[in-house]
Design a protein around this ligand. Structure first.
Ligand SMILES: Nc1nc2c(c(=O)[nH]1)N[C@H]1C(S)=C(S)[C@@H](COP(=O)(O)OP(=O)(O)OC[C@H]3O[C@@H](n4cnc5c(=O)[nH]c(N)nc54)[C@H](O)[C@@H]3O)O[C@H]1N2
Ligand SMILES: Nc1nc2c(c(=O)[nH]1)N[C@H]1C(S)=C(S)[C@@H](COP(=O)(O)OP(=O)(O)OC[C@H]3O[C@@H](n4cnc5c(=O)[nH]c(N)nc54)[C@H](O)[C@@H]3O)O[C@H]1N2
Ligand code: SF4
Ligand SMILES: [Mo]
Length: 891
């Protein structure tokens, strides 16, 4: 939908909030983005990542042409190679030897075609998705309780609630616009909804919380089982609802009582003070309008499905489900995690919320007129890569995900791909750890270049629309899949003119032999079955179900109506379940992993933006000062985090927000950006027995100082191919420059020769350097016409000059005498501000600027800071950090 002004309404490609974005392409090709005021997810708001989308669209580093065996080839050659490889594997080893591993970031149309090809035409269910790592415990929990995978909540429920419980969700950083909507509601409603956060760490989401429970990792189901017992004891059970619409309440209660029967029992098991547990239970019991929002702290656990059902049990028992302001709410991570569930992208689903029951299998086969059909579930992600390692899978096609960085036991994943006879990877980016393993590389179009739909956390389907031309030979994923299907002999079933036809078929399948009134299948968008291309182009956001004829169900489950055959929900009786791998003497700490505010997953997009890279430039481990002291770790030094599966080296960050005994490392860095920061190499491959979701938040590890011979960093206008002789290298995008943090275990003899070789490609004729042999400090800078081209700083320890100040010198056309002097002295001289690490990404305000203003001008609130420096006044994501700076400065 592009109007005369060149504006295109589309959807943000990042998180599951699914914000509407308006993209405008100017005559010179430059793009501007802003929030879509009409989109029901965000009403015009965007977070830091959404606002910086235009900074990630350049073609640097893109995979633009197909490659076979490292050679650039035409699409004809590449597609023939894929089809021949797959056909040969099928002929020699059968369908179970072939697998696809896809992504919750694919558009629904890409996803639908991939699933149809594998399950209906190749005839195996060996197609799984990275949503296995993300949502599968929620899916399994929903299915156990509701009989189907329905998310009953809506964003408006969050605003209408009187209490929101955030369980294992850092909403402020990971679903920022939803978090801002909650804060706006609190401001308008006199502090309601109240906010309770349950997370072992004190996160940014705790900033405004009325209560934070720093729960012992992995123990959430005990807490919620204890809550069920408490609700029962306090007469807070909705007996009418339980009687009319559920089964199994007493058994669940009995099971909960056995291991979570009293507040002291729960407090002990969850590592919480008894009063805190009692306060949370009381707040939940006395508040009718409660929404429990949960995410990866719940799902990514070897007891994730039980955690989900422990939460659902409490909502079912109190009848707090499906009514305004109430309900359990699993917020989805990826932009199309929900769409993937709708098309059946998981190995244990079929399509359109059907699974492998005989009726479903027959129905889907009939609808597709498929020659064969998978009749049983395929391998789930972790098992799939194990099967690759064991040679049972001989051809794998990875689409839109980077498993060598994001799957647990990631070194084993890489080894599996290296051993696999045929690895095909479709990606938009050339240099990723997974693309590096591919025999055949297929250039995928990405956000801004392709058309389709996505479904957000509240079941709202929105269009993503292209506003850029296809670069190089890149093609949308649906096209690539259909071309391969055609070459495999299935042309007639994959003969789509474009995404509109695919969407219409998907909609028709959702309505096929379905009956909205009969509770056959919840997912029904039959109203879109006849959509033609112009209507598809004009589609405005809508929530499902949307059956033909328009008679949808307003809300799910307020009046029961579950999809269990007898329409009754199921309570699940739960017992305690210990993590598969527990800490021991050799690996005494628990590694927790997750996200940072301004980065998205494996950095292929946000890593391109200097603004977004500034907030957390380097991979780090957040460690409680007590643990740091115990293991001899000092702030800012490098630390080795190791487990029985692998190791990583990252920067130590001491933080009282961390729970003692736990270490937190972000998941984002792969080897192109950080040579030793790939934390999934350390993460254990344990999975939940019901969902197969990996335990990404709980790996026994040990930490130790990693002491290289020297530490250093380089700032350079031109990218440098650093690597040789370095044992640690992190690459960060800066404004008009590249920053490299480096270290090595081998001492350097001749620093000057070393630095010349390092910066060899710099054309500068001016070379200035300084060497303090006694202190082991070396500094050098390459200049041209008084302009700084590159500089390198080396020291025996991690204490090195402020990078932000030095980066500022790169903005000068010529350095003053004073600036040159301070460059070599390695510290800012008078009148040379060091703004420090960026806190506010929107207005690029650094920590030193903030602290200085707080001190000098006595700024005591984020609003006061905003009035002076603008920090925190756009997306609001940094407000928790502003508040923390105010508190720290006052102390
Ligand atoms: N900035 C940013 N936002 C994102 C993404 C991103 O990459 N960057 N990715 C998106 C995706 S795909 C997803 S899935 C979501 C994830 O969104 P979230 O689930 O909110 O993010 P995480 O940081 O993975 O984990 C949430 C929290 O779980 C806590 N946790 C760990 N163990 C436990 C436990 O045993 N119990 C409890 N209660 N909590 C625990 C962690 O300390 C962490 O703070 O974010 C989405 N949004
Ligand atoms: N330790 C640990 N590991 C985790 C997690 C954690 O919390 N801790 N979280 C897990 C979760 S919830 C998730 S969702 C995963 C995310 O992990 P991944 O899915 O591996 O991460 P991304 O970087 O999003 O990978 C997407 C890839 O698709 C490419 N791409 C972009 N657009 C397109 C397109 O249109 N088509 C194609 N074909 N490719 C495209 C990108 O360049 C990129 O390489 O990580 C999981 N791994
Ligand atoms: S909240 Fe999520 S969908 Fe919205 S702008 Fe931010 S990353 Fe994009
Ligand atoms: Mo995710």
């Amino acid at each position: 939908m592009s109007d005369a002004s060149g504006e295109v309404r589309t959807t943000c490609p990042y998180c599951g909030v699914g914000c509407g974005v308006i993209a405008t392409r100017a005559a010179d090709g430059s793009v501007a983005v802003r929030g879509d005021p009409q989109h029901p997810a965000n009403f015009g708001r965007l977070c830091s990542k959404g606002s910086a989308l235009a900074e990630t669209l350049d073609l640097d580093g893109r995979l633009l042409f197909p490659e076979v065996g490292g050679q650039r080839v035409s699409w004809e050659v590449a597609l023939d190679a894929v089809a021949t490889g797959l056909r040969d594997t099928l002929t020699a080893h059968g369908p179970e030897a072939v697998a696809l591993y896809v992504s919750g970031q694919l558009l629904t149309e890409d996803y639908y075609v991939a699933n149809k090809l594998v399950k209906g035409f190749i005839g195996t269910a060996n197609i799984d998705t990275n949503s296995r790592l993300c949502m599968s415990s929620s899916v399994a929990g929903h299915k156990r309780a509701f009989g189907t995978d329905t998310v009953p909540g809506s964003y408006e429920d969050l605003e209408a609630a009187d209490l929101i419980v955030l369980v294992g969700s850092n909403l402020a950083w990971c679903h920022p616009v939803l978090y801002q909507r909650i804060l706006a509601a609190r401001a308008a409603r006199n502090g309601r909804p109240r906010l309770v956060v349950i997370d072992p760490r004190r996160t940014a989401s705790c900033d405004q919380a009325d209560q934070h429970l720093a729960i012992a990792p992995g123990t959430d189901s005990i807490l919620f089982d204890g809550l069920l017992v408490h609700l029962h004891r306090q007469d807070c059970i909705d007996l009418d609802y339980v009687e009319a619409h559920t089964e199994g309440y007493l058994a669940a209660l009995r099971a909960a009582r056995a291991h979570a029967g009293s507040v002291p029992d729960v407090a002990r098991a969850c590592g919480l003070p008894g009063e805190a547990v009692a306060e949370f239970f009381a707040a939940f019991a006395r508040t009718a309008k409660v929404v429990t929002v949960y995410s990866q702290g719940v799902n990514q656990s070897s007891c994730g499905t039980d955690k989900v059902n422990a939460i659902l049990n409490c909502h079912l028992a109190s009848g707090r489900i499906g009514k305004p302001g109430m309900g359990p709410f699993s917020v989805t991570g990826q932009p199309n995690a929900m769409g993937g569930r709708e098309v059946g992208g998981l190995a244990n689903q079929l399509a359109a919320h059907m699974d492998f029951a005989a009726d479903d299998v027959a129905r889907v086969q009939r609808f597709w007129a498929a020659p064969v059909i998978a009749e049983r579930p395929g391998l789930k992600a972790v098992d799939m890569f194990r099967a690759v390692a064991e040679g049972r899978i001989k051809a794998i096609w990875v689409i839109g995900t980077n498993p060598v960085v994001s799957l647990p036991d990631a070194d084993a994943v890489r080894a599996a791909l290296h051993a696999c006879p045929l690895v095909i990877v479709s990606d938009a980016v050339a240099d990723t750890d997974t693309v590096a393993c591919a025999h055949i590389r297929l250039p995928a179009a990405t956000w801004g270049e392709k058309d389709g739909t996505v479904t957000n956390s509240e079941r709202c389907i929105s269009r993503q629309r292209a506003f850029l031309p296809l670069p190089g030979a890149a093609q949308p994923d649906w096209w690539i899949l259909c071309e391969v299907a055609r070459r495999l002999g299935f042309g007639a079933a994959f003969d789509y003119a474009g995404p509109a036809g695919i969407f219409a078929e998907h909609a028709a399948l959702s309505a096929f032999e379905n009956d909205p009134a009969g509770r056959v299948r919840d997912f029904d968008i039959g109203a879109c079955a006849g959509l033609d291309a112009p209507a598809y182009d004009a589609l405005t956001p809508f929530r499902w179900p949307q059956p033909a004829g328009g008679a949808g169900i307003g809300r799910f489950f307020a009046e029961g109506g579950f999809y269990t055959g007898d329409n009754r929900a199921r309570f699940v009786a739960l017992g305690p379940r210990a993590p598969v791998y527990a800490p021991d003497a050799a690996y005494p700490l628990v590694l927790n992993t997750g996200r940072v505010r301004d980065h998205w997953h494996t950095l292929t997009r946000t890593g391109k933006s200097a603004r977004l890279s500034a907030h957390a430039p380097e991979p780090y481990a957040e460690i409680h000062p007590l643990d740091a002291a115990l293991f001899g770790i000092v702030d800012d030094a490098l630390v080795r985090v190791s487990s029985r599966w692998g190791e990583a080296v990252v920067r130590a960050k001491l933080a009282r927000e961390q729970r003692p005994g736990s270490v937190f490392v972000p998941m984002h860095w792969g080897s192109p950006q950080a040579s030793r920061g790939r934390i999934d190499a350390v993460v254990n491959p344990a999975t939940d027995p019901h969902s197969g979701q990996p335990e990404s938040k709980h790996t026994p590890v040990r930490i130790a100082p990693w002491v290289p011979a020297w530490h250093g960093f380089v700032l350079s206008r031109e990218p440098l191919a650093l690597g040789e002789g370095l044992d640690y290298r992190v690459q960060v995008r800066g404004d008009g420059l590249w920053r490299y943090e480096i270290a090595a275990e081998t001492p350097v003899g001749d620093w000057s020769a070393w630095a010349h070789a390092l910066l060899a490609d710099q054309p500068g004729e001016g070379w200035i350097e300084f060497f303090d042999a006694a202190a082991g400090r070396y500094r050098a800078a390459a200049m041209h016409d008084g302009r700084l081209l590159a500089c390198v700083f080396v020291a025996p320890g991690p204490q090195l000059p402020p990078r932000d100040w030095l980066a500022g010198l790169f903005t000068r056309d010529a350095l003053t005498v004073g600036e040159r002097a301070s460059l070599l002295a390695g510290r800012p001289g008078p009148g040379q501000p060091d703004t420090g690490r960026v806190v506010c990404a929107c207005f690029r305000v650094g920590v030193n600027t903030l602290v200085d203003a707080i001190r000098r001008q006595g700024l005591a609130t984020p609003e006061a800071i905003g009035a002076v420096l603008k920090a925190g006044t756009n997306c609001g994501s940094c407000v928790p950090e502003l508040r923390k700076l105010i508190a720290e400065t006052a102390a």
